[in-house]
Design a protein around this ligand. Structure first.
Ligand SMILES: [Zn+2]
Ligand SMILES: [Zn+2]
Length: 151
């Protein structure tokens, strides 16, 4: 069942317009309905806001965000909050990054604390990443103690 939602997230990822990565997210309510979809793209799809191709000097690179566009997760969360505000609490977010061939890639450990905080704040209960198969994280995975910020 989880796998079907990763397939749907991959289909959404195919619409991504970011030049650096093609990511997609779907959010599924407790009753199994897809309530939000998002892919990564410049804000409002506005080309004047695109920063994908900016080359940062290593000491000027933004530290809070590894990517350029609005994250797929942010778009999916905003979409769900707009369309199904009563169904977001307890829902599950599925994330997928596809390669140039449209194939699943492995997400690795959760690292984007902006996505984590936004998911937590919106009431999303589980965060699904693909690592050779579905890997479901609960809120414990957002515990900042698991990241070694001070190394
Ligand atoms: Zn981009
Ligand atoms: Zn993120």
């Amino acid at each position: 069942m989880d796998e079907d939602y990763f397939v749907q997230a991959a289909q959404v990822a195919a619409q991504a317009t970011c030049h650096r990565a093609h990511c997609g997210s779907v959010i599924v309510s407790t009753d199994g309905k897809v309530i939000g979809r998002g892919f990564n793209a410049p804000p409002l799809g506005d080309e004047s806001q695109r920063t994908c191709d900016v080359e940062y000097h290593s000491d000027k690179k933004p530290k809070s965000d590894k990517t350029c566009c609005v994250h797929a997760e942010w778009n999916a969360i905003l979409n769900a909050l707009r369309d199904y505000p009563d169904k977001v609490v307890g829902s599950t977010l599925y994330f997928m990054r596809i390669n140039e061939l449209g194939e699943f890639t492995e997400a690795g450990d959760p690292y984007c604390t902006v996505c984590s905080r936004l998911a937590l704040q919106s009431g999303i209960k589980y965060f699904g990443l693909w690592n050779g198969g579905p890997q479901m994280f609960d809120t414990a995975s957002y515990n900042l103690k698991s990241y070694n910020f001070f190394a």
